[in-house]
Design a protein around this ligand. Structure first.
Ligand SMILES: [Zn+2]
Length: 78
């Protein structure tokens, strides 16, 4: 299935991953609370893809969240 990361702030596409199966531990989703999952993960069964709302580097910088968000962001993508 496909995992599409897009920026929650400006809507820009950040990254797309193609995975055989959804490994929530590996993707860092397992550490999210139920509420966080509901707000940032959107599963699209039609295209069998997962939409993940994140923040792009530019918005992280503009919002001044670099230090707070960056480690999480890296965890999501790699
Ligand atoms: Zn952005």
């Amino acid at each position: 299935m496909k995992i599409n990361y897009s920026c929650d702030c400006c809507g820009e596409d950040i990254d797309t991953l193609e995975v055989d199966e959804l490994d929530e531990d590996k993707l860092g989703f397992s550490c999210l609370t139920v509420k966080e999952r509901e707000s940032i993960l959107k599963y699209d069964s039609l295209s069998n893809s997962l939409q993940v709302l994140s923040l792009c580097d530019q918005c992280i910088e503009e919002l001044g969240l670099a230090e707070e968000i960056a480690p999480l962001e890296r965890g999501f993508i790699h």
